[in-house]
Design a binder for this molecule. Sequence first.
Ligand code: TRH
Length: 385
Amino acid sequence: MIKNKTWDVFCKIIDNYGDIGVSYRLSKNLVELNQIVRMFVSELHSFKKIEPRIDTSKCEQIIDNIQIILWDNSACSVSILDSIVPSDIIIEMFACNLPDNYIFHITDKSIWINLEYLSAEDWVEECHEKLSFSNGHFKYFFFPGFTDKTGGLNFEQNLITKQSQGKQIIETKYGIDKIVSRNTLCCSIFCYENKTILSLLANVDENIIFIVPEGVFSAYLMRYSELYRITVLDGSLMVNQFGVYIKIIPMTNQHDYDQLLMSCDLNIVRGEDSFVRAQILSTPFFWNIYQQKYNAHLKKLDDFLEKYKVCVDDDQLFESLVYISNSLNTPTYEYDNSIFYKVHFINILQNLEKLQNSATRWQNRIMKIGTLARNLILFAQSREK
Ligand code: TRH
């Protein structure tokens, strides 16, 4: 049985939207399971991008039963943390280092958990739920992951109620129905600055439209459009040399982004949370992984694809998936109509139905591990003193 507990979720925003995206989603998922949640967030402007109801002028606010507290050097933030009583469970997101004035109040009544980054690497199972001791406090390490020896993935218990509004509604919403015909494939692109994807957009000549939420990649696209023979028709619509359109749309809240993912035939996602959403919502996707020193990310990509392989029952299709995944994470790659890249990309487009079946098989598999929020609650209960 799940007990009602209080939770403090600490999130330091380093870059982009993943730190806040994962933390906010986890907080919502905990609240869905009747937990009482406070979030401590290092800045509110990035948060507002994915949750427009955030008031950036407020030190404290409540949205959908989550208490959101600014965690910075401002007087109001310092005064809250100076006098706070820590919750039953403390979540330190991605080893973000809790503030000293808060640590000062931690007693052994609280369970302190460091929630780590998602990885498909095997070592994760060894380190999951391990205990460390530093500065007079015990801290558990909790790893999300893809196997039942990990904490599972960050998704809502109530996922089943999440239904796609349908491709048509989304196309009307973004004015895409006026640009292309109904049988045109739709591919969303949420990625980092990426030359391979840029050259793909510039050279593809299939019946497809690309939808790009505003951000680092849309700015990159604008910057290099001329060089790549992409014509800017207006601020948000572009067309490549073969008449393939690229539509830039505003960033939305997480719920509407989910709708975009579910409506597209194919998605390019990045980082951690959008990568998980594409899987949980069972969509065909490519992952533009967050780049790390010494190409550490390529091993992570390999390990993920190795796991995903069990759901793809067509060897040639899997080969294309691996080829495109590797190339779009290798910055020097350029799409070239005469070589493999085109062959593999077309193979993907022609086999989207098969890929959709793989995505559904994978979704079933990862959902069996249970939600990260539920697994965290059960773990915390098992460690109660
Ligand atoms: O933004 P990301 O690249 O985030 C991160 C960070 O770089 C982080 O430092 C790194 O550690 C991590 O990746 C691995 O990608 P991610 O994780 O997909 O987060 C994006 C969030 O933004 C996700 O919650 C979905 C949300 N989003 C919206 O709410 N609306 C939108 O329109 C879009 C495009 C995204």
